[in-house]
Design a protein around this ligand. Structure first.
Ligand code: FNR
Length: 398
């Protein structure tokens, strides 16, 4: 049983798990469950960690590790690490202006930051606060073509060059905690309201004086009088385009002149289609176990996808990344870069920009150390043959 530091000083956290324990103490129950929870029985959520645990590392010895190389070239940009912050919605519920803090922490370290469609800060606010940001935008496909068009225009206008279309959440997964914690959309149950009162530091930092923040990107599309978080949640729910298919993706490809990435690919046949449709990248992702419960871990799907897609488009991976060794394993199995979801959210939830930065620094240190201990200090030379032993057989799909 691990014993973690019992306070909330993020500087004393030695791992992402320790940051998570601190975030759990700081946040009211409903916000913690929103951050941490998965769908239904959370089978996929658990598999995401198990998938990484099941991969063993086979080090080489007597290899000089005076210097480690962790750089990655992605979409024409040199990244110091194979890491980008992935899209997460409602971040301002965890910590005031959390999107801005995440963007600043990523930018300070030369890493991309992805803003969700349902972020609390808007595209324009992020760029005004962090002009140097390497901003990626995550799009949920919306029914109203005028709204969708406007969002794309706004992303272009702020200089965003990378668009991620999320395809695995046109319907929201079955998140039981969400139904328990809210009696109506964004209307907390009495039990949760009382629990909020037991978290005065969070209330003062995240809630006071205006209550829960609104969704910055969609606020302008809401009817007058409904510009609240409940109104925004209702709007998004009613706007999700359940007809999203490959034809819609082809239309988006025509409209978006820059990098287009499909987020939510688990099957190699879909990776092949993404190549055929001229996409620049895919995210091998199960949405952090929050959508269809029972799907495999992303890391278990990666080898079969890399076999058909490596070198034909960029392969990103998320879901369950909590250690430098996870990043190493993902890269060895064919990922160009990982996206972080909860890992940096724990950090931002306890310490804003510095907390998110601490999460990134922990992962970077762990990755460098792991590469050295593996006897493979150059990330670009890492591949599955020389260094990895899988204790469970990687998923093969026919
Ligand atoms: C998400 N995710 C997500 N994805 C997306 O495309 N748009 C979004 O708005 C959100 N929102 C969101 C909120 C929260 C609280 C979480 C935890 C996740 C999914 C996210 O981009 C990513 O796929 C997962 O978080 C990866 O799993 P890990 O790293 O969190 O385990």
């Amino acid at each position: 049983m691990r014993r973690y530091h019992s306070g909330t000083d993020f500087r004393r956290a030695h791992s992402i798990a320790e940051l998570a324990a601190m975030a759990r103490r700081r946040l009211p129950h409903f916000a913690w469950e929103y951050l941490e929870g998965g769908a239904e029985e959370e089978l996929t959520l658990a598999r995401n960690r198990q998938g990484f645990s099941d991969i063993g590392l086979l080090p080489r010895t007597l290899v000089s590790c005076l210097k480690t190389h962790t750089q990655r070239s992605l979409f024409g940009t040199e990244l110091p690490l194979p890491i980008a912050i992935g899209p997460t919605g409602y971040n301002g519920m965890l910590y005031r202006d959390a999107d801005l803090h995440l963007a600043k922490a990523a930018t300070e370290r030369g890493l991309p930051f992805t803003l969700s469609t349902v972020s609390t800060s808007s595209l324009e606010q992020v760029v005004a606060a962090v002009p140097e940001v390497n901003l990626w935008f995550q799009l949920y496909c919306l029914r109203d073509p005028a709204v969708q068009h406007d969002l794309l225009q706004r992303a272009k206008a702020v200089g965003c060059k990378t668009l991620l279309l999320t395809s695995d959440a046109v319907l929201l997964g079955n998140r039981e905690w969400d139904k328990r914690n809210f009696v109506r959309p964004r209307q907390l149950s009495l039990r949760n309201k009382l629990d909020v009162l037991r978290h005065p530091r969070w209330m003062q930092q995240a809630l006071w004086p205006n209550g829960l923040p609104i969704l910055g990107n969609v606020e302008r599309y809401l009817p007058e009088g409904q510009r609240t978080i409940a109104g925004a949640a209702h709007f998004i729910g009613s706007q999700m385009d359940t007809g999203l298919d490959w034809q819609a993706l082809a239309r988006l490809r025509e409209k978006w002149p820059h990098q287009l990435i499909l987020k939510g690919v688990l099957h190699p046949a879909d990776a092949e289609k993404a190549i055929a449709f001229g996409l620049d990248g895919i995210v091998v992702s199960n949405h952090g176990g929050r959508q269809l419960d029972g799907v495999p871990a992303s890391i278990d799907c990666l080898p079969a996808i890399a076999a058909v897609a490596k070198g034909k488009l960029s392969i990103l991976l998320d879901s369950g990344v909590r250690h430098g060794t996870d990043i190493l394993k993902a890269c060895a199995l064919g990922a160009d870069t990982v996206l972080l979801g909860r890992a940096t959210l724990y950090g931002v939830a306890v310490g804003g920009q510095q907390g998110a930065g601490h999460a990134l620094d922990l992962l970077a240190q762990e990755l460098r150390l792991a590469l050295s201990l593996l006897g493979q200090p150059d990330l670009s030379q890492l591949d599955r043959h020389g260094v990895l032993l899988t204790t469970s057989s990687p998923l093969t799909v026919s």
